[in-house]
Design a protein around this ligand. Structure first.
Ligand SMILES: Nc1ncnc2c1ncn2[C@@H]1O[C@H](COP(=O)(O)OP(=O)(O)OP(=O)(O)O)[C@@H](O)[C@H]1O
Ligand SMILES: [Mg+2]
Length: 466
């Protein structure tokens, strides 16, 4: 495994102009500051890293964006193993972030894309995974992503201190029985392997509160809600404006924290179930070998809902089962479409189409869903209320968690001065509505959706003393 970082691919595809612009920015930043504190937000979908220099303001490291020539303050928490021919056999090369996506698209299904790694941290049943004949632990998979973030921060800001403050959800999520201590220690291992020696954890919504404190002008009781890809996390704090409170201990008092393992990935899985799975044969009937009419088995569609598990179906035994199912199916063209998706590793493209529709539904009352890879064509218009019905159970669980926290801190909604909503899934109107209904629209604040946690973690790191 020592080779995994060594063979990490650097992004060679950015344009010359892009590189020049980044180089200029980097040299400006490096001359400007000595880094005093660093914060790392390792997210289920997106990660970010921020520093604080002598001026006391947080600054984010930048990365080449998905669109060539652009830069981004977030880094996709994604990994791609690509099969490469070496003398004497096939080996795998690893790439991370947008580079991983570019290589995946260029490799036409030849390799393995891994994402939402954070969701496995608390999963006791995940010990390791095999990729192209090699065994990888979670630390092996996460460390290259964190190393890339660290390298970018060093290139841009210069040497980093040995201490890092790292975000964590209030409750690490996992199917079954999550193991919090295991999750923390696995993340700790990955961060140390990336080069830090002093690792401090902080709740992600508390970090977002540090960022929010830059905006307020008077003492406030605030509810912070961070909706990401894997978890939704909440904190209630008494917060002072950053300008008014010079010392860590005086800046805030935490009244309570809570969280739930439901967020953007869970919304995507509901869209897969209701929008995509029926077109691939979910709910159709087939004639069993004993002549009985039975519903198609559900397990292929469970894998579809966690689209990155789809590649596990591409085993010979499974494909034979699909062929048999197609022969006996009352709607064989739908099973044929499922076979086409699995055989051609189209899980990521399906997920992209689903996510695009979800994002559009945050801004529009209805959005098109279209997935085309001949002969498979799935097309449908999704109205926002359809989407809201599909995720209704999850919205209830999120609202239940907010109500539970308000009960724990023994505050009436009127006692909350402002509600700060952050994280990518806070754009979902039905999520915002939970807070509007309870606290009123005029108390809702939004902003820095993808970076407030990293900025806040860097500010928090200034307060950590030995
Ligand atoms: N406009 C939007 N409407 C709805 N969902 C969105 C929008 N933009 C992003 N998302 C969703 O937000 C999620 C990513 O948000 P974010 O980057 O805050 O998560 P994360 O920090 O990686 O996850 P976590 O905090 O759970 O570890 C994804 O599920 C993405 O699909
Ligand atoms: Mg997050």
């Amino acid at each position: 495994m020592a080779s995994i970082c060594a063979i990490l691919n650097v992004d060679k595809s950015s344009t010359r102009l892009d590189r020049e612009r980044m180089t200029q920015e980097i040299s400006r930043a490096r001359t400007a500051a000595k880094v005093e504190a660093v914060g790392l937000d390792f997210g289920t979908t997106n990660s970010a890293i921020a520093i604080v220099g002598p001026d006391g303001s947080p600054r984010l490291a930048r990365f080449p964006a998905a669109e060539r020539g652009d830069v981004s303050e977030t880094f996709r928490s994604i990994l791609f193993f690509e099969a490469v021919e070496e003398t004497g056999g096939t080996d795998s090369a690893v790439s991370v972030g947008n580079d991983a996506i570019r290589r995946y698209l260029a490799a036409a299904g030849n390799g393995r894309l891994v994402q939402s790694l954070k969701s496995f941290l608390a999963d006791k049943t995940f010990e390791s995974t095999d990729v192209m004949g090699e065994t990888y632990t979670l630390g092996d998979l996460i460390a290259p992503i964190i190393s890339a973030l660290r390298d970018a921060a060093i290139a841009q800001f210069g040497e980093l201190p040995p201490r890092i403050v790292v975000g964590r959800p209030v409750h690490f999520a996992a199917a079954g029985n999550p193991d919090e201590a295991l999750a923390r220690s696995r993340l700790d291992i990955a961060i140390r392997r990336a080069g830090w020696t002093d690792v401090v954890f902080e709740y992600e919504p508390v970090a977002a509160a540090y960022d929010y404190a830059l905006r307020i002008t008077r003492d406030e009781t605030v509810l912070i809600a961070d909706f990401g890809g894997g978890t939704s996390d909440f904190s209630v704090l008494q917060l002072k404006p950053r300008a008014a409170a010079k010392h860590g201990a005086a800046r805030y008092e935490i009244l309570g924290n809570d969280g739930v393992g439901i967020a953007g990935d869970a919304f995507d899985s509901r869209m897969m179930r209701h929008l995509v799975a029926p077109a691939l044969g979910r709910g159709t009937k087939y004639r069993s070998p004993y002549g009985m009419v039975l519903p198609a088995p559900t397990w292929p569609y469970t894998n579809l809902e966690r689209w990155h598990h789809l590649s596990f179906l591409k085993a010979r035994a499974t494909m034979l089962k699909f062929d048999e199912l197609k022969r006996e199916s009352f709607e064989p063209e739908k099973i044929a479409a499922l076979i086409h998706i699995v055989e051609n590793d189209l899980g990521y493209f399906l997920f992209r189409a689903v996510e695009k529709t979800k994002l559009e539904l945050s801004a529009l009352e209805a959005a098109d869903f279209m997935f085309s890879d001949p002969p498979v064509l799935i097309e449908r218009i999704v109205a926002r209320p359809d989407f809201e019905n599909w995720i209704a159970r999850y919205l209830e669980q999120i609202a239940g968690c907010v109500d539970r926290l308000m009960k724990t801190v023994a505050l009436k909604p009127d006692a909350i001065d402002s509600v700060f909503l952050t994280g990518g899934s806070s754009f979902v109107p039905a999520v915002r509505r939970i807070f509007i209904q309870r606290f009123g629209a005029d108390r809702i604040r939004m902003g820095d959706e993808f970076t407030s946690v990293a900025r806040g973690l860097a500010l928090r790191a200034l307060d950590v003393t030995d």
